[in-house]
Ligand binder design. Structure first.
Ligand SMILES: N[C@@H](CCC(=O)N[C@@H](CS)C(=O)NCC(=O)O)C(=O)O
Length: 215
């Protein structure tokens, strides 16, 4: 059984989507980042960086932990032989869009959220991160106006990018400027596994809140 440590954020959604896509059983363990559970020692033993998501795959060996969402998706793709080409250009392309997300849209869109909610608001910082996020969404839109999915067939590259693209289109009110990206967000969001992953995360969060209010 795989333990998934996560929360209901864009990075947290990715491994839940991949686990559902692969039809793997998993034990969902919410780590509430609004109360700092990601910095507690038990979780730091799984991810020394103190961020969600992370998994422990006991089937792969006792205590086999994987942190960083991209590394988790690659681990699950290699475990199941699904959603990542075994070799060649399609594999390189999937890695390229995977790293593009980890180093690009995630940090940039994340910084917009940070500076909009910071005690010390900085309009300069907000403008800078909005402009860079808009540029990155344009790169995705251009790619998706030529291809149905980022790396040919639907792959881990789409699962890496989907939650952040959805969030970026909303934050920047950009769906009409990036129609191919908006259509892909709809297309991926309509997949039964994507819906199941989001529903499972939301249900678990609601159940945890209910337990806390009854305690
Ligand atoms: N590059 C990491 C980013 C992980 C990340 O930033 N997670 C956020 C939630 S979306 C987090 O745990 N934030 C809490 C914190 O920074 O303390 C990944 O892709 O896994």
């Amino acid at each position: 059984m795989i333990e998934l440590y996560t929360w209901t954020t864009p990075n947290g959604e990715k491994p839940a989507i991949m686990l559902e896509e692969c039809g793997l059983d998993y034990d969902l363990r919410l780590v509430d980042i609004s109360t700092g559970q990601q910095k507690e020692s038990g979780f730091l033993a799984i991810n020394p960086n103190g961020r969600i998501p992370a998994i422990v795959d006991r089937e792969a060996g006792e205590g086999h932990r994987v942190f960083e969402s991209g590394a988790i998706l690659v681990h699950l793709a290699e475990k199941t032989g699904r959603f990542l080409a075994a070799s060649g250009p399609a594999r390189s392309e999937a890695f390229a869009w995977t790293f593009f997300q980890a180093g690009g849209t995630g940090p940039m869109i994340g910084q917009i959220h940070y500076f909009k909610n910071a005690e010390e608001r900085s309009d300069f910082a907000i403008r800078r991160f909005e402009r860079e996020s808009e540029r990155l969404l344009g790169v995705l839109d251009a790619r998706l106006s030529q291809a149905d999915y980022l790396a040919g067939d639907y792959s881990i590259a789409d699962m890496m990018n989907w939650s952040w693209a959805r969030s970026g289109l909303r934050d920047l009110d950009a769906a009409s400027r990036f129609p191919a990206l908006a259509a892909w967000v709809e297309r991926v969001g309509a997949r039964p596994a994507v819906k199941a992953a989001l529903a499972r995360l939301q249900d678990a969060k609601l159940a945890a809140a209910e337990r806390a209010s009854n305690a």
